[in-house]
Write a protein that binds this ligand. Structure first.
Ligand SMILES: NC(=O)c1ccc[n+]([C@@H]2O[C@H](COP(=O)([O-])OP(=O)(O)OC[C@H]3O[C@@H](n4cnc5c(N)ncnc54)[C@H](O)[C@@H]3O)[C@@H](O)[C@H]2O)c1
Length: 374
């Protein structure tokens, strides 16, 4: 029996292609694993009314880790329109399978390393090496949303909140409410994960990202918990930054930062900003990590305009596979994979379109697989 069961969830569009590329590289490393396929994504929504079927949830429950490609998501009305005719009008509501997966398996850490590999023509500056830890299960992604707004909710908000007064009297479909919910437990554990990551990887600084001066209740709570956790790590320098200011400062001087930790939405924003500084979507890898399961993925989506062309860059997914190897405790294999990827980038002979080249997705994977075996 193989040592690891890795649930293999290609999803939609280019998700399938970049996962095929990552598999080629993992096979070259001879990881002792099986890769059972998991159904996820738009086809399953259309045919079954569920983009994340129960059988896939069960597969994840019995796996050591998972690799996930990308899925297509569409707004609620478009999702309803594409349902098979027998399911239309039955009250099914589309919800992102990734958000559901993160909540269901309590994958509370979204880890996004952003490293400028030498020689990548897309680097904003050489030697950038940032790591973002984004809270992954709560905040504005709680899924507690209302649009149209039920009158009972409007009445309650009106009686409890003075600032709600300016919205009083709006018709239910003239506005919408999304709840930003942050808990003490959710805030403190992501900040602790950031400090522990910093300590383990000999990094010197953790920056806490928030907007507590305006979003006082939820970000105030996050900051309070973060400060308390920071006291347990006197060996690591801590600083704080507003989300708007950090977007400016990160661009101006990325070398002033090291590990960044943030609630869900701000973390989503800064991790895309950091990913763009080291090559963009073709390089952005991430891990959704819980205490029992971790799911690794590129940060990009299904890119429908390139689907079927085997043209996009698989490096983000290959680096996600490297993160998975590290998480499984296969650090030596992870190092070999990263070195091989870095060597191909540095040589510059094989480049996909985003890097200014003409190599296909699989040619990039083959070049990395060759170096892994060398
Ligand atoms: N995690 C996910 O599965 C995820 C993330 C983002 C978007 N989406 C979904 O994906 C679909 C398409 O969304 P989108 O077009 O806004 O974003 P996208 O990330 O799919 O693609 C945007 C553009 O980025 C570039 N790009 C993406 N991946 C690349 C790669 N590996 N190599 C080179 N270039 C790459 C392409 O130019 C592409 O057109 C939507 O349905 C969206 O909801 C899914």
């Amino acid at each position: 029996m193989a040592r690891y069961t890795i649930a293999w969830l290609p999803g939609d569009g280019i998700g399938k292609e970049v996962m095929e590329a990552a598999r080629l590289v993992l096979d070259a490393l001879h990881l002792d694993a099986t890769y059972p396929h998991g159904d996820i994504g738009w086809d399953y929504w259309c045919a079954e009314g569920d983009a994340f079927p129960q059988r896939t949830i069960e597969l994840l429950s019995s796996s050591h880790a998972a690799m996930f490609g990308a899925i297509t998501s569409k707004p609620v009305n478009a999702a309803e329109a594409e349902l098979s005719s027998s399911l239309r009008g039955t009250g099914l509501v589309y919800r992102s399978p990734i958000v559901r997966m993160r909540q269901l398996f309590d994958l509370y850490i979204c880890l996004r390393p952003c490293k400028a590999y030498p020689g990548n023509p897309l680097n904003f500056k050489e030697a950038i090496d940032l790591v973002v830890l984004r809270e992954n299960t709560e905040d504005l992604y709680s899924g507690v949303e209302f649009g149209p707004v039920p009158p009972a909710l409007a009445e309650t908000l009106g009686s409890l909140s003075k600032p709600f007064g300016v919205f009083k009297g709006l018709a239910p479909d003239e506005y919408a409410v999304s709840c930003k919910i942050n808990t003490r437990k959710g805030s403190s554990r992501i900040v602790r994960a950031a400090f522990e990551f910093a300590r383990e990887h000999k990094r010197k600084r953790v920056t806490i990202v928030h907007k507590a001066n305006v979003v006082r209740a939820t970000d105030g709570l996050f900051l309070e918990e973060a400060r308390q956790v920071a006291r347990e790590f006197p060996d690591i320098h801590v600083d704080e930054a507003n989300i708007d200011a950090i977007c400016m400062w990160l661009l101006k001087n990325p070398f002033n930062y090291d590990v960044l930790v943030a609630p869900n939405l701000y973390g989503d924003i800064i991790s895309d900003l950091c990913a763009q500084m080291v090559g963009g979507l073709g390089f952005g890898c991430s891990g959704n990590i819980g205490s029992k399961l971790a799911v690794f993925e590129p940060t990009h989506g299904s890119a429908p305009k390139y689907a079927g062309q085997y043209k996009v860059n698989p490096i983000a997914t290959i680096l996600a596979a490297k993160m998975m190897l590290d998480w499984l405790g296969e650090g030596e294999m992870g190092r070999r994979l990263e070195q091989a990827t870095a060597a191909v980038i540095k040589e510059g002979k094989v480049r996909t379109y985003d890097m200014g080249g003409t190599a296909t997705t699989m040619q990039m994977a083959e070049a990395i697989a060759e170096k892994v075996q060398a």
